[in-house]
Design a protein around this ligand. Structure first.
Ligand code: HEM
Length: 234
């Protein structure tokens, strides 16, 4: 049996935060806490603010909102978390390769690290970033979280976009020079490429992605505009 325990709208009005999760229901038959594993889009913030079931809401309001079916929402969330995790993992690989290229004891190992960095790593990084962005946008649009309704989603959107743009504008164009630097290390004539700058991308990206993960889990700061909350309450 699932028992509603209040509304996101009430939580938002009372505390100014979004509350713990759009799912506002608790399993009481001993199957454990289903607040996180059984999110129901119809219980999400915006949909749940009136404590009404979708059937009890007015027909025009219900018809005007498109929501991902529950199974699609779960599948998209799985892809979203996997792509975010892959992105973080690739950043760790980049950090290891940059550290190895800079501090490695043997020149052939350093050369290999820079060539691997240039050849294999940056495009998968961009791919996982774009996958995270695409699945995040689908989740935002397809659930009551919205894209720019809650601060934690809007900030993640901005951070995700900024990181992808930085990869395309700053990282990808320099990779040929990094690969050439790795090859020239072997011949003892390394070019003047400033590989020292390569420390910044993994450091910045890992910090930002850690922050985005904290935002995703804690969902702080509530709604962007109170007027949106009031409109959704109706
Ligand atoms: C910047 C990189 C991102 C990371 C590391 C990240 C991470 C996560 C994680 C770990 C979750 C699961 C949280 C939970 O279920 O408690 C999540 C959920 C979510 N993310 Fe992201 N995310 C990122 C980008 C985005 C973007 C760009 C958007 C939308 C524009 C977005 C929208 C969402 C939404 C709406 C959920 C909740 C889905 C639901 O509960 O149905 N995320 N994110």
């Amino acid at each position: 049996m699932i028992v509603p325990i209040g509304s996101a709208g009430e939580a938002t009005r009372r505390t100014g935060t979004s509350g713990p999760h759009p799912a506002r229901s608790v399993a009481v038959h001993g199957a454990g806490d289903q607040r996180r594993c059984e999110p129901d889009p119809s219980d999400a913030p915006g949909a749940a603010v009136t404590s009404q079931t979708p059937e009890r809401r007015s027909a025009p309001a219900a018809a005007s909102r498109w929501r991902l079916p529950r199974s699609w929402r779960r599948a998209t969330l799985v892809l979203h978390v996997i792509s975010a995790g892959a992105w973080i993992g690739i950043d760790v690989i980049v950090a290891v390769l940059v550290l190895t290229g800079w501090f490695g004891a043997e020149v052939n190992v350093r050369s290999l690290a820079y060539r691997a960095l240039a050849e294999f790593v940056v495009r998968p990084m961009l791919g996982s970033g774009l996958a995270c962005l695409a699945t995040g946008v689908v989740l935002g649009v397809g659930t009551a979280w919205g894209l720019v309704r809650y601060w934690w989603v809007a900030v993640k959107l901005a951070l995700n976009l900024a990181l992808c743009i930085l990869i395309v504008v700053l990282l990808v164009p320099g990779m040929d020079a990094v690969g050439a630097y790795g090859e020239h290390l072997l011949t003892g004539t390394p070019s003047s490429t400033q590989v020292g700058r390569l420390f910044f991308p993994p450091a910045v990206s890992l910090s930002v992605l850690t922050f985005a993960t904290v935002l995703a889990v804690c969902k702080p700061w509530g709604r962007l505009r109170r007027s949106t909350a009031r409109r959704d309450d109706r």
